[in-house]
Design a protein around this ligand. Sequence first.
Ligand code: PRP
Ligand code: URA
Length: 209
Amino acid sequence: MGKVYVFDHPLIQHKLTYIRDTSTGTKEFRELVDEVASLMAFEITRDLPLMEVDVETPVCTAKSKVLSGKKLGIIPILRAGLGMVDGILKLIPAAKVGHIGLYRDPVTLQPVEYYVKLPSDIEERDFIVVDPMLATGGSAVEAINSLKKRGGKNIKFMCLIAAPEGVEVVKEAHPDVDIYIAALDEKLNDHGYIVPGLGDAGDRLYGTK
Ligand code: PRP
Ligand code: URA
């Protein structure tokens, strides 16, 4: 079964409070999501493999370490996942970015796929699928299905806020996928929104409503 990591880093928790706050405007919301995505990327890349190299310091030749060149792919679920991409790329700029466009039907709450564009060397990469919200889990499951169908393996899922219901749905559908969460909230409401959550992530990022 996939593991679930809930980040308890004080900086992540602090920034998340302002992300949740309904009085936080679009510009600040976007900046905070970007910052939290960077902090989460720092934690999620903990297990990246290293190799030893020689480096000439001003004093001597030393053995030191660099990343061994594992290829990564970041897959935002459109729209709201886009808000996390730049923050991750600041730390891992060599990653390629694929896009999966899904929206959640407001009545059935089922995900509807409208766009997929993935890196061509999909078989060689490890992937991080990103979306600020994991609510019913339908969008995450469908995005991971879509990635796997095209050859994607070694997939992690990263989100800001998750409902327990959505976590269970993803674990059940994709037991090979580890889930990284900034905050695990209480529940879903009758409209499939996370409580307490942050509202509609796409609308808050892009000022639509
Ligand atoms: C939101 C969010 C997730 C999805 C989560 O997207 O960004 O993709 O809902 O809900 P689920 O776990 O119940 O599937 P939305 O469908 O509102 O689309 P948008 O990002 O284009 O606004
Ligand atoms: N999508 C959102 O943007 N917010 C929620 O709370 C649930 C789904």
